[in-house]
Design a protein around this ligand. Structure first.
Ligand SMILES: Nc1ncnc2c1ncn2[C@@H]1O[C@H](COP(=O)(O)OP(=O)(O)O)[C@@H](O)[C@H]1O
Ligand SMILES: [Mg+2]
Length: 358
């Protein structure tokens, strides 16, 4: 049996697992699996209990090897900042970022787990001194503890807890090598979304925003005076009207109403994306975002790509995270993979995470 790794994303709406074997340049998809998480309306204790049950089922049903799991946290409780520091050794960075973190993270330092990744060395600083670029990662302790508790009750003991936005970056790097400047990776989930803007192959900006498909569904539930389940159906069936064309068999009035609500519910998120793009232009001389690669469950809303392209003024392409992974067409129907690709992008990035050599 080849050694495999499992990327497991426990979202607020869906649990996603991907099992991949092989090494760089020779990856193979072994399994993909997904299960629903109970709606947010339920009490949190109950949600945790049901989530644990769903993870256990998923593992049992798909015979996933729970030993080789890499999982992640995300949302606004996780802050990622790229900073410049004087050149120093790896060990010293670990100490120095505690000071830097106080300045860059909006949470008290004793409430976060800190991590870092050195992105670039030997950069020329303003005064001519050599500097390096470091990614500081601060995740709220309570967020990580809660996540570990859920995994532990599910009998999953992950090798690493990564950050969903960085897993997104990882998935993109493997799937689209070479396209690395002025590209914005946007992942639209249920209650969280992330933006990663790449410059010279590295993340220049990483932002987590607590907005997503949940806001769209609740806006539809209010407009149509219906419950969450029916509202989600409307969202999936109608989506955004593209080019003024109502798909055959769909009621025009309903289609236009749904379209208007979805566009309205996307307002805040689009505003945040625009601000991130502006920040990028202000940091990266003479460059701006030229392309968006879209992923996440909410990217599956019909015409979400063309809507965002209009709003942001750049081409938007939906990511195919399986692009450079061998997927046996006998086991995985290509049309199915293309359809669910956006949903599995983060879990693919987790499964492809380079593990420290033991
Ligand atoms: N086919 C689809 N059409 C419209 N929305 C979808 C579709 N599939 C999933 N979604 C929406 O995507 C969101 C879940 O995306 P996901 O990336 O799994 O989020 P999370 O990781 O937070 O659980 C939900 O809001 C869901 O309604
Ligand atoms: Mg997610």
């Amino acid at each position: 049996m080849p050694k495999t790794r499992i990327g497991l994303e426990v979202g607020t709406r869906n649990i996603k697992a991907v099992e991949i074997s092989g090494r760089e340049g020779n990856y193979k998809l072994e399994k993909i699996a997904t299960a629903e998480v109970p709606p947010l309306e339920e009490k949190s204790v109950e949600r945790e209990r049901v989530t644990v049950g769903a993870i256990r089922n998923l593992i049992r049903e798909h015979k996933l090897n729970a030993k080789n799991v890499i999982s992640c946290v995300g949302g606004e409780g996780v802050i990622v900042r790229r900073i410049r520091m004087p050149m120093m050794g790896e060990k010293e960075v670990g100490q120095a970022i505690r000071w830097e973190a106080e300045e860059y993270l909006p949470f008290p330092i004793d409430q976060v787990n800190l991590g870092f990744q050195i992105l670039e060395r030997n950069l020329r600083g303003e005064a001519g001194a050599e500097e390096m670029a470091v990614l500081i990662v601060g995740a709220k302790k309570e967020l990580i503890q809660k996540h570990l508790r859920i995994l532990e009750f599910s009998n999953v003991f992950p090798q690493i807890i990564d950050v969903s936005a960085l897993a997104l970056f990882n998935a993109y790097q493997v799937s689209y090598p070479g396209e690395l400047t002025g590209v914005a990776l946007i992942e639209l989930g249920h209650t969280t979304s992330s933006i990663v803007i790449l410059h010279n192959g590295l993340p220049l900006l990483v932002r987590n925003i607590d907005l997503g498909g949940y806001q769209i569904t609740t806006a539809l539930a209010t407009e149509f005076n219906t419950n969450f389940i029916n509202a989600e159906k409307l969202k999936r069936e109608y989506g955004i009207v593209g080019g003024g064309e109502i798909p055959e068999g769909k009621d025009r009035e309903t289609a236009e109403r749904v379209d208007k609500v979805i566009r309205g519910a996307m307002d805040d998120l689009v505003g945040e994306i625009v601000r991130s793009f502006e920040y990028y232009s202000s940091q990266a001389e003479r460059t701006s975002v030229e392309k968006v690669m879209l992923s996440g469950g909410t990217a599956r809303i019909q015409n979400m790509d063309s809507f965002l392209s209009e709003e942001l003024g750049v081409p938007v392409e939906v990511i195919n995270p399986f692009r450079n992974i061998h997927c046996d067409p006998k086991t995985f129907q290509p049309t199915y993979l293309a359809e669910v690709g956006p949903l599995f992008t983060v879990s693919v990035g987790l499964a492809l995470r380079e593990l420290p050599q033991l």
